[in-house]
Design a protein around this ligand. Structure first.
Ligand SMILES: Cc1ncc(COP(=O)(O)O)c(C=O)c1O
Length: 454
């Protein structure tokens, strides 16, 4: 075992970096402390999950109170009070078209549920030929075998595609390296047409659903297609009887400034929304699939929906979810996302203007990202072997800055890190993030200039 390995658990995570990972023992707000007493600033809320920071007193109180009453009850045989309350609050926030909520223990399971629900509906209503899925390349939808079928990453395809039926992948909206001869709207509409072309390539009435992240996460670095793109996607799905699923595991629960991202648009509502990460905000594993009463009620009397997982909607999970929602309404968190999101974006653009390696700043609300390039004139990415994201994260860590960037598709679609602080961050905390990002960038750029190994 070399010194970068932590013991028997390390083999289950991504290949060990050439520097030790910290071992965290405590967290408060936007800060974490390791077992040697070092303090870290959590600029990405973990993987955009700890949306109200660490050790939130309201959530801790709710967890303890619920744990003392009832930790577990099995949803297949009984109801529980936190589940009833949480479903009510969440569906109200989600609005018309999302009157039903199914809770599971994470994002991948929620995506699986959404896909299975679409299939069950078509099966129950006699449209059994509809089995095919369409998603984007790149994209990320989770790690179960079902999710890997829709996640757009050829690395997973190579390993698993002989075992699972992979979705057809379409080219997404990706404004950063778009053709120059098209206006913004023309480009967005041409990207949406990729979906129609793909549906027409498949056998008639074979496509079940199209799944997309309304604002990208780690696979695209916060790519935010405009409203016109999603309106056209909605129109196409209606025309061909295809379910539209928004994977808001990372972008939902307030991160983009509205509780669900499509609340910012008109006529671009999906049939199903999937949430996780910020829903339990790092306090409990929690995911949700939301859809309409009309769809659920229709199949209830036909086949029902077979979905039982032991930990679904357990009382502790739902009590945590409720407390997180209460924290949102009591502290007007959505307003803070809009205000601090604007401020953070401006500070990142200032950094970009001073930096030779930030090619793009993008995103919505407090779901922002910076993309690294070797050449700002041509937008040319760094060579894959340079592994710029990993180098950036390593230097950031030495300044006590935690930043999330997962190199998806082996860096084929650019390299970026997510800047996604907690949704209740203050301006002073954002200034601290910017200071540490600047130190990190300066050091990385110096090392690039000197061709030093970092
Ligand atoms: C957009 C998206 N979908 C699904 C998932 C899978 O969620 P989980 O890691 O909770 O299984 C993730 C996780 O990063 C995600 O970002």
């Amino acid at each position: 075992m070399n010194e970068t390995n932590g013991g028997p658990q390390d083999i289950f995570y991504s290949p060990s970096p050439d520097y030790p990972r910290p071992t965290f023992v405590r967290g408060k707000g936007i800060y974490l402390w390791d077992d040697e007493g070092n303090k870290y600033l959590d600029a990405s809320s973990g993987p955009a999950t700890c949306n109200i920071g660490h050790s939130n007193p309201r959530v801790l109180r709710a967890m303890q109170a619920q744990a003392e009453k009832l930790c577990f009850s099995f949803t297949s045989t009984a109801r529980n009070v936190p589940n009833i309350e949480f479903s009510k609050q969440l569906t109200q926030l989600a609005g018309p078209g999302f009157e039903r909520a199914l809770f599971v223990s994470g994002g991948s399971l929620a995506v699986d549920m959404a896909i299975k629900f679409c299939r069950q509906y078509r099966y129950a209503t006699g449209e059994t030929s509809r089995t095919k899925l369409i998603s984007c390349l790149p994209s990320y939808h989770g790690m179960t075998l079902g999710c890997l079928a829709v996640s757009g990453d050829p690395i997973f395809d190579e390993i698993y595609s002989d075992m699972i039926t992979s979705a057809s992948k379409i080219e997404p909206f990706y404004h950063y390296r778009r053709p120059e001869d098209l206006s913004d709207t023309e480009y967005a509409l041409s990207c949406a047409k990729n979906l129609e072309r793909q549906i027409l390539k498949e056998k008639e009435n074979s496509v079940l659903a199209f799944i997309i992240e309304p604002v990208g996460g780690s696979s695209t670095g916060a790519i935010s297609p405009p409203e016109v793109y999603f309106k056209e996607i909605r129109r196409i799905c209606n025309q061909y009887g295809v379910f539209l699923i928004y994977d808001e595991v990372l972008s939902g629960s307030g991160r983009t400034g509205t509780f669900l991202t499509h609340h910012q648009w008109k006529n671009a509502q999906p049939d199903i929304v999937v949430l996780a990460k910020g829903l339990g905000a790092g306090y409990y594993p929690l995911g949700a699939m939301l859809t309409s009463a009309a769809l659920v009620d229709e199949i209830t009397h036909l086949t029902g929906f077979n979905y039982a997982h032991t930990y679904n909607a357990n009382p502790l999970a739902c009590a945590v979810g409720l407390a997180v929602l209460e924290e949102f309404s009591e502290n007007n968190i959505l307003n803070n996302v809009c205000k601090q999101g604007k401020y953070l974006r401006q500070q990142l653009v200032n950094l970009q203007n001073q930096s030779s390696i930030i090619g793009d700043v993008r995103g919505t609300g407090l779901l922002l990202a910076i993309e690294f390039v070797a050449n700002k004139e041509s937008n040319e990415p760094f060579p894959i072997e340079f592994d710029v994201t990993e180098r950036f994260k390593k230097i950031a860590l030495s300044y006590g800055l935690l930043i999330y960037g997962r190199r998806s598709n082996n860096g084929k679609f650019g390299e970026h890190v997510l800047v996604t602080p907690p949704l209740n961050s203050t301006e002073e905390e954002i200034d601290l993030i910017i200071d540490k990002l600047k130190l990190t960038l300066d050091e990385l750029e110096q090392k690039i200039i000197k061709f030093e190994s970092v």
